[in-house]
Design a protein around this ligand. Structure first.
Ligand SMILES: Cc1cc2nc3c(=O)[nH]c(=O)nc-3n(C[C@H](O)[C@H](O)[C@H](O)COP(=O)(O)OP(=O)(O)OC[C@H]3O[C@@H](n4cnc5c(N)ncnc54)[C@H](O)[C@@H]3O)c2cc1C
Length: 422
């Protein structure tokens, strides 16, 4: 179908260049498909500094004042993530008609996924682990997306895998990237997606690009808004989940720590309450203390230990008519948080910590705004032919995992299908 001139027509248009968008762009470009990536954020070099984080971070209220965080930049939220990884819930996806076996195998070869070596675990994390295990908790290492072969004890940020590397690979293979490009809706012709409309920066002019396949990978809080704007009505019909999370931080007199990969260990209290090591390396600790209005703690970084409590809450909430996400946490959700905090306090005190304080309650990741088999089929196609969704929107509510590695697998799965049909 010829909707536009040749320069403006692509095999695939990918909206968003985060975990999923970057993976799909890389996979399709490597197979000589003509790919356009439209990314809302900029393409500044990725750095771990207050200025750099302030420029790319974006907070979205999801439950009253409680906010979810995402990053607007090439490479999406992996520009700011902790790099904790879980393996995908392969059986859950199989039951939905999606076989990730091949994609998982490939992702394990391509991404640096492993437990952090004992040599790189600091005194704070070790101390907490000993305390938790002495109290009978199964406190063990988590997988992380960290290239430990390049770690020099300082470059915590640089050694984390980031989706930006996949965008770079797509560009080397000929993909086109337009940054500061915010997609507002999908253009369709009798329920066949044919292109997208977008604006650049703060300018009002609306641009159009056309393609055979359109993939929405703008993230779980942006994709449903674009779908609705494009005429798809029943988005967020079951709500979403946010895994509410809160930190407990204390200080141990005499502790002199090396820095840590935050989140490298943890334990489940039960099926719905998880504790994670929250011993940040120095930069993230400083940011956390500023956010918690505890600047005087910054100088005492080496004495500090922390635990994050994350709980599962039922799916619920809505996307309101004016485009806002909102859900209410229940008394039961708060009870689970209190129970987790009780255990975290016990572990901290057993480790010798005092001066303990709670951080703000945050969203541990707003996900699952759309459902596989309802909003998309098992090929991730929506009710519009040629329009696909691949991002945190479609992560199932059962078997919740830290999302990034699962999303890479899911994006590889969709790429295989798209490459075969293009
Ligand atoms: C502070 C923090 C810590 C985290 N820690 C972990 C962790 O340890 N482990 C883990 O697995 N996950 C973690 N996550 C979550 C993880 O980063 C995300 O779940 C994952 O990156 C989601 O991938 P995605 O492709 O759905 O969206 P994203 O990676 O968010 O990408 C979406 C992209 O779309 C762009 N975009 C948005 N709207 C538009 C639009 N209208 N038009 C064009 N482009 C658009 C955005 O700029 C962005 O680049 C963390 C997240 C944060 C913020």
């Amino acid at each position: 179908m010829n909707y536009s001139n040749k320069e403006n027509y692509f095999d695939a248009i990918i909206v968003g260049s985060g975990t999923c968008g970057a993976t799909i762009a890389k996979e399709l470009s490597s197979k000589h498909k003509n790919v356009l990536i439209l990314e809302r954020g900029g393409n500044d070099p990725l750095k771990e500094s207050l200025m750099a984080y302030a420029k790319i971070s974006n907070e979205v209220p999801v439950a009253g004042k409680l906010k979810d965080m995402r990053a607007f930049t090439t490479g999406g939220s992996t520009a700011m993530y902790l790099a904790v990884a879980d393996l995908p819930p392969v059986d859950t996806f199989k039951n939905l008609g999606i076989d990730l076996t091949e994609d998982l195998e490939e992702a394990c070869k391509e991404l640096p996924i492993s437990e952090i070596s004992d040599n790189f675990i600091g005194a704070q994390a070790k101390k907490l682990g000993e305390s938790a295990r002495a109290l009978g908790y199964d406190w063990k290492k988590k997988l992380m997306l960290v290239d430990q072969s390049k770690f020099d004890n300082k470059n915590f940020y640089e050694v984390k895998w980031k989706a930006r590397t996949f965008v770079d690979s797509a560009l080397r293979d000929g993909a086109t990237l337009i940054t500061q490009a915010t997609v507002s809706k999908v253009i369709h012709d009798n329920k066949k997606a044919i292109g997208v409309e977008y604006t650049i920066g703060k300018k009002k002019e609306v641009f159009k690009a056309y393609g055979e396949k359109i993939v929405l990978a703008a993230g779980s809080l942006a994709t449903p808004v674009i779908l609705r704007e494009s005429g798809i009505k029943n988005v967020v019909s079951h709500g979403f989940y946010i895994n509410p999370s809160i930190g407990l931080i204390g200080s141990i007199r005499g502790l002199s720590s090396a820095e840590n990969f935050c989140g490298c260990m943890g334990a489940k209290v039960d099926d719905e309450i998880e504790l994670m090591d929250a011993n940040f390396h120095r930069f993230l600790f400083n940011v956390g203390m500023l956010v918690s209005a505890k600047p005087l703690r910054i100088a005492a970084y080496p004495r500090h230990v922390g635990i994050t409590v994350k709980v599962k809450e039922p799916v619920g909430g809505e996307l309101t008519a004016d485009g806002k996400f909102n859900k209410k946490l229940t008394d039961n959700d708060h009870r689970k948080l209190e129970k987790g905090l009780g255990v975290a306090r016990q572990i901290l005190e057993n480790a010798g910590a005092g001066k303990i304080f709670k951080t703000e309650l945050i969203s541990g990741g707003a996900l699952g705004t759309l459902k596989i088999k309802e909003h998309v089929d098992e090929k991730l196609q929506t009710e519009y032919e040629g329009l696909y969704v691949c991002d945190g929107s479609i992560l199932p509510e059962n078997d919740r995992v830290t999302p990034t590695f699962t999303l890479v697998c899911l994006a590889k799965y969709l790429s295989r299908h798209l490459a075969a049909t293009l």
